[in-house]
Ligand binder design. Structure first.
Ligand code: ZN
Length: 411
């Protein structure tokens, strides 16, 4: 792969200057200050790959629990050092509106489950609710690379540093249209691009999301030491400075740490009391806590979601049209990792004193409605392993940009 390396080095030397001056079809105008260059390589298939090269950050481990924000609802980015908290990105050269990627809730749920599964071994929470002004990484799933001025054959992009460092609060992209909206492929691209921001390079293991090789099946970070490279073995790192081999699983474990330290939220219904007799339109108050933060609390009546509150006080008002009789009241508290804690009570709704009839209402069968054993997030994760044939080779050369492989379009 001599030519590839030469092309990379050549582009590293020459691109920064020309990219600013020319219309450059292959890469967006870089945010000048921190960007050292763009890595451009063309494969025999014509697939073009680009990497945005940043200087070392000196950071070798993520601080505390890592949050990955999966954003498909769009955002506005301004140029600057990567910071998901303030929506600044080295990948844009001007204030840029990034459009939402419209998809079905079912497909998005499938992608979220897949991404959560992929990162499950590590001390990571994956959320699709903007964490706001707390440290987090942002993985934007949008339509196509043109929205940030990149070539149509780009499938994904992440910054990557000299020295294979962590880029705190980095923002990475996956361009869903490039993969026909395929959930499994999008999940795998998200995995690779996000891992690039933790310093992981490409490696020659087809079953790993860091690969460039074709694979039929769902990729996952493998505890296996293999050569870095796209199609041929090379030293790891942009300049061969990161060692001979890479074990993506251990690499990420070292930088992020193991999962298991995040506790499930606790929630209690403080009012009404269990078994209480209540009037139509009664209020339900709950208290919730978590070792991290409570992301939201849901109220479920007889097994149906009635209301969601994203911040305290968690005081809900029930529908005045609930029928008389017994009702099951359940609250579900979620943390940023979508772990859920629940509490249930049963109340007797009395409509007497209200206006007349209605007393005969059918008492909802207590107990049958709300199943307190709502599935935990981990039990929900399964959708991604389904469509085995998507071929996960993801040619993201990019420690940054991924070329779009035509064969990866849904065949
Ligand atoms: Zn890559």
């Amino acid at each position: 792969m001599r030519t590839l390396r030469l092309a990379i080095l050549g582009s590293l030397l020459t691109l920064p200057a020309t990219a600013l001056a020319e219309s450059h079809e292959s890469a967006p105008e870089p945010y000048v200050a921190p960007v050292q260059g763009w890595m451009v390589a063309e494969k025999p298939t014509g697939v073009q790959t680009v990497r945005q090269v940043l200087p070392s950050t000196g950071v070798l481990a993520a601080a505390g629990q890592t949050i990955i924000y999966m954003n498909h609802v769009g955002t506005t980015l301004s140029p600057g050092d990567n910071d998901a908290r303030t929506n600044r990105s080295t990948l844009v050269s001007q204030t840029t509106a990034v459009p939402a990627w419209s998809t079905t809730q079912a497909k998005w749920d499938q992608i979220m489950s897949c991404v959560r599964n992929m990162w499950a071994p590590f001390n990571v929470v994956v959320t699709d609710v903007d964490p706001g002004n707390v440290p987090h990484y942002e993985s934007i799933v949008t339509t196509q690379p043109g929205v940030i001025g990149m070539d149509p054959n780009v499938g994904g992009v992440s910054p990557f540093t000299i020295g294979c460092n962590v880029i705190p609060n980095s923002i990475v992209f996956t361009f869903a249209d490039a993969f026909g909206g395929d959930a499994e492929t999008i999940c795998e691209v998200v995995g690779q691009e996000t891992a690039h921001s933790f310093g992981a390079d490409h490696e020659l293991l087809a079953s790993d999301p860091m690969t460039y090789l074709q694979y039929n099946g769902l990729q996952s970070f493998k505890d296996q030491s293999v050569s870095c490279g796209e199609y041929q073995s090379r030293q790891c790192g942009l300049q061969g400075e990161c060692g001979t081999n890479q074990n993506s699983y251990q690499f990420l474990m070292q930088r992020i740490g193991p999962a298991g330290t995040d506790t499930i939220p606790t929630v209690a219904i403080t009012s009404p009391a269990d078994g209480a007799t209540v009037a139509p339109g009664f209020a339900v108050s709950a208290s919730a806590s978590d070792d991290g933060a409570v992301a939201r609390v849901e109220l479920w009546i007889d097994g149906a979601l009635a209301e969601t509150l994203s911040s305290a006080p968690f005081t809900f008002t029930t529908s005045p049209s609930l029928s008389a009789g017994a009702h099951q009241v359940e609250t579900r508290a979620y943390d940023s990792g979508e772990q859920v804690g629940t509490a249930q009570i049963t109340v007797q709704l009395s409509t007497s004193g209200g206006g007349g009839d209605g007393t005969g209402g059918n008492p909802d069968d207590p107990g049958a409605g709300g199943n307190p054993d709502d599935p935990s997030p981990s039990e929900l994760v399964s959708g991604c392993s389904a469509g085995g044939g998507s071929g996960s080779s993801l040619g993201l050369l990019g420690l940054a940009l991924v070329g779009l492989l035509a064969r990866r379009r849904r065949a």
